[in-house]
Design a protein around this ligand. Structure first.
Ligand code: GLU
Length: 450
């Protein structure tokens, strides 16, 4: 379709050197072909050209003082990508790899993910190339305060509501919230993922991981399978991985791996959740120490990973949950997964798989839940936090969890029905992209050109 090809070519020219953003847009636009063929009105309204362009991008300097009294400087970002369905909503990522391309691809994915939840939220994303690793509590606080000193003027409970992502958890949200309150004098639901005593929602911390497992449950059910008794590969050791592992145990499965940037743990007895939480949530240290507590487990150093791949995907199992970061599952990994018996992948991280990996997995027709569908439970529960804040209520954990389960079932159904409608019943990538796009595009048309 020359229209799509031209849009992508123009995008690459006007936004140079944004590889991850091209990858995300190419995948979505490619899925839209059958929809655009049938509906010329999207072309007439230039929806594709409009939807790939963020409504607003904010870049700012973040200066802060480290523990030695030295002034440090980082880059800060907030992309307000699309507000057709509601206020901008999406996390903040603090990681040294963060740049304009990463924030832009994350913002783009967020637009479709948020649409799929069926909730009234637009898409946004932000973050910084700040590296929280090895920083003291005081340094984290001063950085968060400096970051919010600029960001506060751009956000608000009905404008843009940031949350966490990699490197931003409860501690950081606390420091960011405190600074917002001091800058504006307002106590309001401007961030999600807050502490449970001051506006947070029960179940928010667990929601992305639990949601990814509920999504897998729905995919398996559609194939007459269930989670109980399955051996699972999980990557990552952050919030998403930890609560994926917790829910897998709840449902009777055995997660045998987890990983961090330096290496992978393989424990055939099942990853010990207590040790994992101690190492990562309390000590915020390396996974390397896990084997000291559990000598039967093995540790593979990242330096010894298979060429072009990641050790975590090269063990025998039935289910896989990528919960680390983008492009963590390559074509080499996908081939190994398929050979080793994996028949269901549910992505807890955003754009977990490279284009080559997605192709292999779709060819094999195994159950595959792309991140924008499978990990939407996190942002969906953030919206539940917003609803609680604006009604000045706090719901029970049970109420939140029941809603999360039904949201994940709805997302699965939406993706599966749309995939079927377009003649590719096994392909939830096409289902998710078309269902998300259609909702946002129709709202944009109804709201007029802007
Ligand atoms: N960072 C999460 C995501 O990728 C959560 C965003 C939110 O809760 O707003 O969806």
């Amino acid at each position: 379709m020359p229209y799509l090809h031209d849009t992508l070519a123009q995008l690459q020219q006007s936004s140079p050197a944004q590889t991850e953003f091209y990858q995300a847009t190419e995948e979505v636009l490619d899925s839209l072909r059958p929809l655009l063929d049938l509906n010329p009105r999207y072309h007439e309204h230039s929806i594709v050209e409009r939807i790939v362009e963020p409504e607003r991008q904010i870049m700012f300097r973040v200066s802060w003082v480290d523990d030695h009294g030295k002034v440090q400087v980082n880059k800060g970002y907030r992309i307000q990508f699309n507000s057709a369905l509601g206020p901008y909503k999406g996390g903040l990522r603090f990681h040294p790899s963060v740049n304009a391309s990463i924030i832009k691809f994350l913002g783009f994915e967020q637009v479709f993910k948020n649409a799929l939840t069926g909730l009234p939220i637009g898409g946004g994303k932000g973050g910084s190339n700040f590296d929280p690793k090895g920083k003291s509590d005081g340094e984290i606080m001063r950085f968060c305060q400096a970051f919010m000193t600029e960001l506060y003027r751009h956000i608000g409970p009905t404008v843009d509501v940031p949350a966490g992502d990699i490197g931003v958890g409860g501690r950081e949200i606390g420091y960011l919230f405190g600074q917002y309150k001091r800058m504006t004098g307002r106590y309001e639901g401007v961030l999600t993922g807050k502490g449970l005593d001051w506006g947070g929602s029960l179940g928010r911390k667990e929601a992305t991981g639990y949601g990814a497992v509920y999504f897998a449950q729905n995919m398996l059910k559609a194939r007459g399978e269930e989670i109980a008794g399955k051996t699972c590969l999980v990557s990552g050791a952050g919030n998403v991985a930890i609560y994926t592992i917790e829910k897998l145990y709840d449902l009777g499965a055995v997660p045998i791996t987890c990983s961090d940037s330096q290496g992978t743990i393989h424990d055939l007895q099942g990853i010990n959740l207590k040790t994992l939480k101690l190492l990562k949530e309390v000590r915020r240290g390396s996974l390397r120490e896990y084997v000291e507590h559990h000598p039967q487990a093995t540790y593979v150093d990242a330096q010894n990973y298979p060429e072009g791949g990641h050790a975590v995907w090269h063990f025998e199992a039935q289910l896989a949950f990528p919960c680390a970061t983008q492009n963590e599952l390559t074509e080499v990994d996908a081939v190994a997964l398929l050979q080793n018996g994996v028949f269901c992948i549910s992505e807890g991280s955003n754009m977990a798989s490279t284009a080559g990996a997605v192709e292999r997995v779709l060819e094999a027709r195994i159950a595959y839940g792309p991140g924008k569908a499978a990990n939407a439970g996190g942002v969906a529960t953030s919206q539940l936090e917003m609803a609680q804040n604006s009604s000045m209520q706090q719901w029970s954990l049970e109420k939140v969890d029941v809603k999360l389960q039904s949201i994940m079932a709805d997302i699965h159904q939406r993706c599966a029905h749309t995939a079927e409608e377009f003649g590719q019943p096994h392909n939830l990538v096409v289902g998710a992209n078309i269902a998300g796009f259609r909702k946002v595009a129709d709202a944009m048309i109804e709201q007029g050109v802007y």
